[in-house]
Design a protein around this ligand. Structure first.
Ligand code: SAM
Length: 280
């Protein structure tokens, strides 16, 4: 049974990185008029109140979007991100946080299409209410790992797949790589963004090794750490592994991650990594 709820974590430092990269990739795809598709394999609830019991309980957003809200020295990619989050809030007050499906929907055009998977019985209802009726969107209350291959290659032959599970089940670490490779076999020119948490560093080392040993090419890794690696419980860092990134992404992240590590790190422990996992 699924118990993870993103409402405890919405707007935290991991979302800052994930959603800044998401915005950058979608904006890049919009450079051409041709339609594209966006597949969100793990969509979540779509819109989060930062005044909810869950958000208040962890307060994680304060050391994420909250720590960027008033800054006037943000790098360009973070300005785009912060301004988009502002458009979901009124009077300059930070009260709501859009998840990946609403961020994508906000940016996408009439000709583009979204496929949103969410397996949790409650989250899918909240997501449906947040999306309302929109003919661009197909909502799928299904196990994405079992279903998403049938969408490939997409009719548009252009697009982004975001793979963002909660890693509640340890098998997710294996499943994400297998799914990524299978998707890529069917749609080799697509862009893929795979999110990972650094809870135990060894799991991420193994994830990187599997990708390095695979047939995938043109793969970059972007990671943001909030505290130093240790054996303590909990997430210390998180990252995105991007296959076929826009050529502009690496430079944008080189300009962004040092700032985020400084601004969002705790007690001076912030860190970042940028790595070319596979050559073009
Ligand atoms: C980390 S959250 C998603 C956050 C969202 N992508 C965002 O950035 O705003 C992961 C979500 O995946 C859902 N989920 C877990 N396993 C799934 C599966 N096999 N297929 C589809 N959804 C799943 C969970 O219920 C949870 O809502």
């Amino acid at each position: 049974m699924l118990s993870y709820r993103h409402s405890y974590h919405a707007g935290n430092y991991a979302d800052v990185l994930k959603h800044s990269v998401l915005i950058h990739i979608l904006e890049y795809l919009k450079n051409k008029d041709k339609p594209f598709c966006y597949v969100d394999t793990h969509a979540g609830a779509g819109l989060y109140s930062l005044r909810s019991e869950q958000a208040i309980k962890t307060n994680e957003y304060q050391q994420g979007i909250g720590a960027l809200w008033q800054q006037d020295d943000l790098p360009a990619a973070v300005v785009a991100y912060r301004d988009l989050i502002k458009s979901f809030n009124s009077a300059g007050k930070l009260a709501f946080y859009p998840g990946s499906p609403l961020i994508a929907l906000h940016l996408m055009r009439q000709q583009d299409r979204l496929f949103l998977y969410e397996l949790h019985n409650t989250e899918i209802k909240i997501l449906a209410a947040a999306i309302k009726k929109d003919k661009r969107v197909t909502l799928l209350h299904q196990d994405a790992f079992k279903d998403c291959l049938r969408l490939m290659p997409p009719q548009q032959r252009r697009g982004l797949v975001l793979i963002d599970p909660s890693y509640e089940m340890k098998t997710d670490y294996q499943q994400v790589v297998e799914t990524l490779i299978q998707l890529h076999k069917r749609f080799a020119t697509g862009t893929y963004a795979l999110w990972y948490p650094v809870v135990e560093r060894q799991r991420i080392n193994e994830l990187e090794q599997k990708i390095t040993a695979s047939q995938l090419s043109n793969v970059q890794l972007f990671e943001l750490g909030q505290v130093a690696d240790s054996d303590q419980l909990g997430m210390k860092a998180s990252g995105l592994i991007v296959v076929n990134p826009p050529w502009t992404l690496k430079t944008a992240m080189q300009q962004t991650l040092p700032y985020l590590a400084k601004q969002l790190g705790i007690g001076g422990q912030g860190s970042y990594r940028i790595k070319q996992l596979k050559a073009e």
